[in-house]
Every structure is written in structure tokens, then in C-alpha cells.
Design a protein around this ligand. Structure first.
Ligand code: PHE
Ligand code: NA
Length: 446
């Protein structure tokens, strides 16, 4: 980031597209739906929505604000702003833990990106045509059972990410993001429409929105909060780094609202598309990480034009995953670039190779190495749990505490264009509600 530290986004639209490109990804479709299914439905969804609004929104704004003020990468930004406001430089640890989180997340994200790539190819060759529930489950089961095949797709996905980041063509992707997002929304709507024809749409609606509060455990609440951080790309310094390219004229609160609404709508549509298929075919909502890969092919395999729609869907999903993965690799590469004499290309290769290697341990968790390594979790679950439930919330907590407690209240209000009651509300939420919310969720899950 150093070289570009003072370059700014050419326009507000460019920034929104980059932030949305990072936010919208596998988290909305793959992770959201499987977490909802695993956690028993509506209670999770409602807590998730509350977390997005009350915790996610202020932290997103806080990360952008920190980045924009310092105009530096997250580690240096935190060190500098802390120094200016008389705080210990240890705040820079926030930037460092964010980089660690990005590294760990990308390793398993790439494995799932590989599944999406593999399903794109399977759609082209018509593998899903006319399959029933047993058929698609067997196809997915075969993929999981073959470490070599998983490795191939994980490698292909990582190679794409490394290639794009090394060439520095990230900015060139923004035009593609602009067309991809609406196309993805349209495809999700078509899938929701298909869900309505299954006769099980009402059941899915109730599953997602009529809460059975007895299902609400501390663990479910923590999972919902983790999902809110994951889906908005928070707690990794990514949004902070993006903020460092932002011009003064950009309205942070308004932009945050746009990105959050888009991200949330895509996740909810994914749920409304997937659960009717689950209920119509007697599948298990708690299927786990394979949920979208055993439900959506059923829809594509059995609807008119399904082959083409399936191909488009998995292509768009792969693309959304790529734009998120790029935003995950960037901070890792910048870190390597700044701390070593390596060139940008070599730093990208080195960072990418390290992520790739850890990803191998993650993909073996689905077959030859499906054994608990720590706290009863296999490597895949451990990476996912440690990042989304611990690292991201803690780093995000640090960002909001820093903005609300260490920066001058007046200057933050001015920067956010807030006055009067609106400013009081922001201050209350940023200073107390969001941080205490995060802490309470931690405590309640113990
Ligand atoms: N937010 C992305 C998603 O929902 C994942 C991601 C997490 C991307 C963290 C960047 C940083 O898929
Ligand atoms: Na997301």
C-alpha cells in the first residue's frame, strides 16, 4: 500500500464497488446459508441482522474513518493515530491481527472458491442435469472424498488470485463488479422464484424468519456475530486499507448503508433460494459447508434453462469469491512487501504460496485428515472458528473503541457530518452499544 498511500479513489463509485467487491462473496451465499441451517434458522437470522446493524455498521464506519485519517496501511495507520492522540503504539497490534486474520481466512476461503470453480465446470458439462437429491449428494461427496481433486481446484483458485494481485489489475475489476452484482441479484431472484414453485416456500420463510427462541444459545449468538464480521469484511484491516484511498468528500455513513444493504439482501435471497429446495427434497438444513452444493444443483438440474442458469450462477459466485479473495491477499502481500526486500510480484508469490500451503491442511479436513486437532475441531473448522468468532470481533472491537474513546468526539462528528440528536445516537452506539454488545456476546458464549 505504501506506494499508493496517497493515491485516492478516482470517484465515490469506484470506492463503493471495491468495498462491495470485498464484502459480497462466498460469505453471503455459501457461509450464510450453511450457518443458518446449522444454527436452526430464524433466531440466528434475527441476531445476525441486529449484529449487522448495531455492531457491523459502526465498525465499518470506524475502519474507514481510521484509514482515511491516517492515509496509511492498517499497522502504520493505527500507530500514527495512536501517537497523535497520546495513546500507546500498541494499537498497531490491531493492524497486525487483521493481517493474520486475512491470511488464515484466505486459506480456507480458497478451498471453497475451488468448489465453486469445480461446480462451474460441472455445470458446463451438464453433470447436474436431471439429478435427484441422492445424485447431487453423491457428486458432492465424491468431490470431498478426493484430496487430489480438491487440491487441484484450490490451486487453480489461488493461482487466479495470485495472478490478479501480482499483475496489479485489481482496479480493472471494478467495471466487472458493476455488472456482476446486479446479475447475481437477478440470478438469486430467479432461484427464489424457483423456490416458490416447490411448494415449500412458506416452510422456508418460517424457518428463516419465525424464531424459535429456545434455539438461541450463547453459541448461536456468537456464530451470528461472527457471520456479521465475516460477511462485511470487518476486523481485518481491509476496510481500513480501503479507507486510506478515500477522499474527504465521501459520506461514510451513507456509503456504509449502501454496502450493508447490498450485502444483506444477497444473503437473505440466498437463504430464500436454498431452504425451499432443502425442504422440498427432504435434505438436511444442517448439512454443513456443503449445503449450497447439494441444493442449488438440484434446482439447476430440474428447471428449464437450468444448465445455462447454473453455469451463470457458479461463474458469478466464483467471480464474487475472487474479488473477496483479492481483498484478503492484498494486506498479506503489502505486509511481505514492506518487511522484506521482495518485489511486488515475488511478495505476492510468497504470500500466495504460504496461504496455499495452509489451505492444503484445510482441504484435508474433508477427507484424510478429518480429525480433531485442537478443541475438538479439525483444521478447517479451527481456522474458521478462530477467525470469525475470535480474531475478527476482537480486532473490530479495537477499531470502534479507538474511534469512540481515543479520537476527539467533535472531530469524529464533523467527519461524519453529524450534529444534534443523530450525533448523540452515533456516540451512544459507537461508545457503548457496539463495544458492550461484542463483549456481552463473548461472555454469553462462555
Ligand atoms: N466478506 C467476504 C464474503 O462475504 C469474505 C471476506 C472476509 C472478504 C474478509 C474479505 C475479508 O464472502
Ligand atoms: Na459478504
Amino acid at each position: 500500500m505504501s506506494k499508493l498511500a496517497h493515491a485516492q479513489w478516482s470517484s465515490k463509485m469506484t470506492f463503493v464497488l471495491a468495498a462491495a467487491g470485498s464484502a459480497v462473496g462466498l460469505g453471503n451465499i455459501w457461509r450464510f446459508s450453511y450457518m443458518v441451517g446449522d444454527s436452526g434458522g430464524a433466531a440466528f437470522v434475527l441476531v445476525y441482522l441486529i449484529c449487522v446493524a448495531v455492531v457491523g455498521m459502526p465498525i465499518l464506519v470506524a475502519e474507514w474513518l481510521i484509514g482515511r485519517r491516517a492515509q496509511k496501511n492498517p499497522v502504520n495507520a493505527m500507530a500514527e493515530l495512536a501517537g497523535q492522540s497520546g495513546q500507546p503504539r500498541a494499537w498497531a497490534l490491531l493492524g497486525a491481527s487483521g493481517i493474520l486474520a486475512a491470511f488464515l481466512i484466505l486459506s480456507f476461503y480458497s478451498v471453497i472458491g475451488g468448489w465453486s470453480l469445480s461446480y462451474t465446470l460441472n455445470s458446463v458439462i451438464g453433470t447436474f442435469t436431471g439429478q435427484d437429491a441422492d445424485g447431487v449428494s453423491a457428486i458432492f461427496g465424491n468431490l470431498l472424498a478426493s484430496p487430489g481433486v480438491l487440491l487441484l481446484w484450490h490451486t487453480a483458485f489461488m493461482a487466479l488470485v495470485v495472478w490478479i494481485v501480482a499483475r496489479g489489475v485489481t482496479k480493472g475489476l471494478e467495471g466487472a463488479v458493476r455488472t456482476m452484482m446486479p446479475a447475481l441479484v437477478v440470478l438469486m431472484l430467479i432461484l427464489v422464484g424457483y423456490g416458490m414453485t416447490t411448494g415449500h416456500f412458506g416452510e422456508a420463510l418460517a424457518f428463516m424468519f419465525r424464531p424459535d427462541w429456545s434455539a438461541l444459545t450463547g453459541g448461536v449468538v456468537l456464530a451470528a456475530m461472527g457471520q456479521a464480521f465475516f460477511t462485511l469484511s470487518l476486523g481485518m484491516g481491509i476496510m481500513m486499507a480501503y479507507g486510506s484511498y478515500l477522499g474527504e468528500e465521501v459520506n461514510l455513513l451513507g456509503t456504509a448503508r449502501t454496502v450493508i444493504i447490498l450485502d444483506t439482501v444477497i444473503a437473505l435471497l440466498a437463504g430464500l433460494a436454498i431452504f425451499p429446495i432443502v425442504f422440498a427434497n427432504g435434505l438436511s438444513a444442517g448439512e454443513g459447508p456443503g449445503l449450497i452444493f447439494v441444493t442449488l444443483p438440484l434446482a439447476f438440474g430440474n428447471m428449464t434453462g437450468g444448465t445455462l442458469l447454473g453455469l451463470m450462477f457458479f461463474l458469478l459466485l466464483t467471480f464474487a469469491a475472487l474479488t473477496s479473495a483479492i481483498s484478503l491477499l492484498e494486506p498479506v502481500v503489502e505486509f511481505v512487501e514492506e518487511r522484506t526486500p521482495l518485489s511486488r510480484v515475488m511478495a505476492t508469490l510468497a504470500g500466495g504460496a504460504a496461504v496455499w500451503a495452509l489451505g492444503i491442511a484445510a482441504l484435508m479436513s474433508f477427507n484424510v485428515w478429518d480429525v480433531p486437532v485442537l478443541f475438538g475441531l479439525n483444521v478447517f473448522d479451527l481456522l474458521d472458528t478462530f477467525t470469525s468468532k475470535i480474531l475478527l470481533p476482537l480486532t473490530g472491537l479495537g477499531a470502534i473503541v479507538f474511534v469512540a474513546w481515543c479520537l476527539e468526539r467533535k472531530s469524529v462528528a464533523a467527519e461524519l457530518n453529524l450534529a444534534g440528536g443523530a450525533e448523540k445516537l452515533w456516540h451512544l452506539v459507537a461508545r457503548y452499544v457496539a463495544p458492550i454488545g461484542v463483549i456481552l456476546v463473548f461472555v454469553s458464549s462462555l
